[in-house]
Design a protein around this ligand. Structure first.
Ligand code: PSU
Ligand code: MN
Length: 302
């Protein structure tokens, strides 16, 4: 993609040219996944954690119709505070660019743009996936299909527990997306250290993850993502019983209010946060912090 379409910050461009470690970060979690004004503090904190772990952060968003890879302080602030910032999946990019819109990028749009910019490692909280009641709504996040066509390693705490986790794991298998458990043989449960579902492959160090990425590159074959599933530390997870209660309520309310489409994920995340007295937010943040740090170490090991 020509640079006239993709705008890299000077820092990111220099780091990539010098083959220094770079970690892509998504912006939907900032604009639509976290409450204000905490979201801006978190956005800055995550960039700081990437730096202190030895890599350059590249937060990705679309501003005034231009995809930005790496944001200035002011641009990050805009994403966190401007109420008109939209939520952009990868299918939204062309119309957003054409109309000069501004938007935060989801996992699908971020992974797409990061790969175009030549970034190999991406950190987020939890991936989108197959929603519960999929048979009624056909709601499956575009994250999965995009990751099935994009060569990038995504460090995440599993998929959001608001989803149908076994169905999502099955879909990842069907799509041929590799999943590594980091220090665990259980797939993480986003707010919870474990979803209870098994993973087939366990790795224990950033170097091992980097070796799998290198082997994938050496092997060639279709461009496909590698998911590095990194659990939230058990002492920082949400109380599992509180989680199950609050989630059942949130799902019921979502159904009663007839919320659909892009609004579903932000609604459920926000409802859970209020219902758990903020505890789900703390677990979410603990997971994301761990992920950005691990992603930086993996990028450095690469
Ligand atoms: N993880 C979080 N908070 C979020 C998201 C993920 O901790 O807000 C966002 C990601 O950007 C992900 C999106 O790509 O939710 C999925 O939304 P949907 O289900 O509408 O595809
Ligand atoms: Mn959806």
């Amino acid at each position: 993609m020509p640079e006239t379409i993709l705008t890299l910050s000077e820092e990111v461009r220099e780091a990539l040219a010098a083959r220094r470690p770079v970690v892509a970060l998504e912006s939907t979690i900032i604009a639509h996944g976290l409450p204000r004004p905490r979201n801006l503090a978190v956005a800055r904190e995550l960039e700081g954690l990437v730096r202190s772990s030895g890599a350059v952060p590249a937060t990705i968003a679309v501003l005034d119709g231009r995809p930005r890879i790496g944001l200035s302080k002011e641009e990050l602030e805009r994403i966190a505070t401007d109420p008109d910032v939209r939520k952009l999946g990868h299918r939204d990019l062309a119309p957003a660019l054409t109309s000069g819109a501004s938007g935060a990028t989801t996992v699908s749009a971020t992974a797409f743009l990061a790969a175009r910019a030549g970034i190999r490692v991406f950190a987020t909280g939890g991936l989108g996936g197959v929603h519960r009641e999929w048979t009624l709504t056909q709601d499956e996040s575009a994250d999965l299909q995009l990751l099935a066509r994009t060569r990038i390693a995504v460090v995440c705490a599993g998929v959001k527990s608001i989803l149908d986790v076994p169905a999502t794991l099955q879909r990842l298998e069907t799509l041929g997306v590799g999943v590594l458990g980091y220090g665990t043989d259980r797939f993480p449960g986003f707010y919870l250290a474990s979803s209870g579902e098994p993973v087939d492959w366990t790795v224990r160090t950033p170097r091992e993850v980097a070796e799998v990425i290198r082997t994938q590159d050496a092997l060639g074959g279709p461009d496909v993502a590698l998911i590095v599933a990194n659990p939230v530390p058990e002492d920082e997870q949400l109380d599992p019983q509180l989680h199950d209660r609050a989630l059942a309520e949130a799902l019921a309310e979502c159904r009663e209010r007839g919320i659909t489409g892009q609004a579903v994920t932000p609604f459920l995340l926000d409802h859970l946060m209020r219902r758990t007295g903020g505890a789900s937010l703390e677990a979410n943040l603990a997971a994301v912090r761990g992920n950005v740090q691990l992603a930086a170490l993996v990028a450095a090991a690469l």
